[in-house]
Write a protein that binds this ligand. Sequence first.
Ligand SMILES: [Cu+2]
Length: 605
Amino acid sequence: MHKTLGWIALGALSFCTVPVMAQSFRVQCPTSTITHPSNLTNTSAEPAYNGPTAFTTNAQGFVTPSTNVNGAIKCQQISGGDGYATMADGTQTFMFSFGPLSGLANIAAGKTDGSVDANAGTEFPSVFNTVHPGGTVLPGDPATTDGAVSGGNGSYTQGNGGSAIPTFTYNGAVGLVPDADCVAGNAAATAAGTPLPCPNLPANGLSGHVDPRQIMDVGVMNGNIPAPLMAFDEDDEFFLTLTNVGMIMRPDLFEQHTVHFHGYPNASSFYDGVPDASVAINIGGSFTYYYLAPDAGTYFWHCHITPPEHLQMGMVGQLYVRPRQDRVPSGQSLYTYLGYQNGVGLPIGTPPDLRTACSPSVDILCSATTPAVNTGATQSVYPATTVTGKPHPNAGHAYMYAYNDGDGSTQYDVEYPIQMHGFDPNFHFVGMTFNPEAFADMKDKYFLLNGRSYPDTASAGPQLTESSDGRVHYSQPMPTVINIPQGGKALLRLVNLSVSEYHTLASLIRMHVIGWNAKLLRDQEGNNTEYWTNSITLGGGESLDAILDTCQNRVNFDNCTGTSSTGVAATPIPTGTYYLYTPNLDHLSNDAENFGGMMAEVHVY
Ligand SMILES: [Cu+2]
């Protein structure tokens, strides 16, 4: 009797449990949200900043924007899994790693450095939500390898200087396809006059449904170091889909992965990526993280599963938010237009924006206080040529800044995200070969800038690695060749993501340090606390913004002309190759080679 009851109870339980739901890959990139309603703004373009967003309370009692919607929607898809990278001594190293699943053509084209369109895999919905054209260029392999187009895996060159790298243009979400079942079901129901099985399906059939075959074709062994760059703008909403494709070299492991935006003002702690406090992503599943972008600055991100292991193995990436000040209309005052000064200045008659009306008397947590002095700096566009007649790489583009400085002090001509990093090849070897890994024994032997050591840092374009699947992958897409037009300024967005080491970088061109840990260096009185130095040192988990200024005795923030009050003329430094390098000599090596390591070329042209 007792036994029978038990079986009945078990049977009842089995009715109560939810059906076994297979995990599946999905992707999410809305074209309209409450914050960015498509009837009020083009969500696929960054609008000029014309004052703070005005809000109204809708019929349901929610606060919604009514006019002046700022920012846009950005989307990105990444894989979590494994892969290989090539070190400067020729060694191929196994990694646990993230790889790109959007913006692949941009990344292959080298749009990961100082260019204004260096958005890498971060895309507007209009780009992200496009279906691969298919045809002869199949959606899988060509996106990350040259095998399927060039007809073989033997013909490729390191860097993008060779002709063997195929041309492809697809920057959308890998795997995104119309939901065929829903499309067919709706068509049949419409013909039969019965209720639609998928009533909310858009006309194009896209509902976040993906073809898992395409995801796996591209995502497996797709590892990049650094992990995919994420770059978006203050006021944006960011939808980031992580797709865990598993680690094909470690079938014994069922590692989850997460995305943790380090030091970032998250929309919700649910998206923080700390697995014991929020959610982690299993193999075979996708998850879309959601972020707002309230504060400009240089951040970074990493996986938060067993951090010493997954970070050491390569799951570390770069992240930055461009400031609202970039979008001030040309000719307007940087000091007044953003609504600093509690409503004085700015778009006529509008109240200050509470995010940027940074009055120390009312808000001591604001990220960029109003400058103490109105320098009269105004927004403009980069000229066609520099003072020495060199073509400006961003000619015609609006001036860009690291922060909402109000005085132009963080303006730059080109920007380079640089990850300072290193790893222990022994740890990576045992990570591939099923041996127990001793965290305490970690000792870095390779020292990297953006996943490469010298001389590989100096080769332009993405670097490729042939992995154990016999295919060629873009393993290290970001070069660290810093090209500065003579008299101009390069913003270095520096982060140290090493698990085990402090790192120091030195430069003969003075570094103007203007931000630290995603905060403008300025006191509460509005005085700049920036400084000039020839070397910076960061611990693991720190970021720093330094401007390499190729103008000596600079007077004007936006060109290398003029004379100081003491009669010293601003003068561009000579053209030539300079170096950004570590003065720690044991970090100027590639494992057993006693040269290489953490060094990059700075080309002043
Ligand atoms: Cu991980």
